[in-house]
Design a protein around this ligand. Structure first.
Ligand code: DLZ
Length: 163
């Protein structure tokens, strides 16, 4: 879980590359949609604020976070995107299989990173309570969607630099 030591929306804008020509696919889990839709909107705002074109941002919804990896795989296979952002929120109090879901998502997303060679971003909140999730989706600790957006831009730029 993101800690209270760090605001997820704080970053040095001077270190963020221009996203003008970058293409982004977002997969958004509709479970805990109050949280995930706020994360998605904030991620899109951050991408655009760094130059991304609205036409180069595609959003697809999946029912729950467990489906994020498959949704991201389908987007990755389309070859249309420079990065895929997975946006979800798993709350421990709501699921007794919290660890299984979180591990499944994390491993699925990691596999996709190594398979596709494009960044597939882990924009998933894993919290104990809905309050902690609210704090990190536009509340006092910022918004995890912003962190995901900045990570995607930086990783795309790194890939281009290395190539
Ligand atoms: C079933 C379930 C539960 C109990 N809790 C969450 C949650 O907190 N966050 C989330 O994104 N999804 C949850 N799900 C749904 C699973 O991710 C998945 O959609 C279902 O198990 C069907 O595969």
């Amino acid at each position: 879980m993101a800690t209270s030591q760090r605001n997820l929306s704080s970053y040095d804008a001077g270190t963020v590359p221009d996203a003008r020509h970058m293409k982004f696919g977002l997969v958004v889990s509709d479970w805990n949609s109050e949280i995930t839709h706020a994360m998605c909107n904030s991620a899109i705002g951050t991408l655009i604020s760094h130059g991304a074109n609205n036409d180069n941002i595609v959003v697809k919804h999946v029912p729950g976070s467990f489906e994020l990896a498959l949704g991201a795989k389908w987007l990755g296979e389309s070859d249309e995107f420079d990065a895929v952002l997975c946006i979800g929120c798993v709350i421990q109090g709501e699921t007794r299989h919290f660890e299984f879901i979180c591990q499944g998502i994390a491993q699925g997303i990691m596999q996709l990173n190594l398979t596709f060679g494009i960044p597939v971003i882990f924009g998933v909140l894993t919290t104990n309570t809905i309050e902690q999730a609210r704090d990190r989706s536009g509340g006092r600790y910022g918004n995890k969607g912003d962190e995901a957006a900045i990570t995607a831009i930086k990783m795309i730029a790194l890939k281009k630099e290395i190539e």
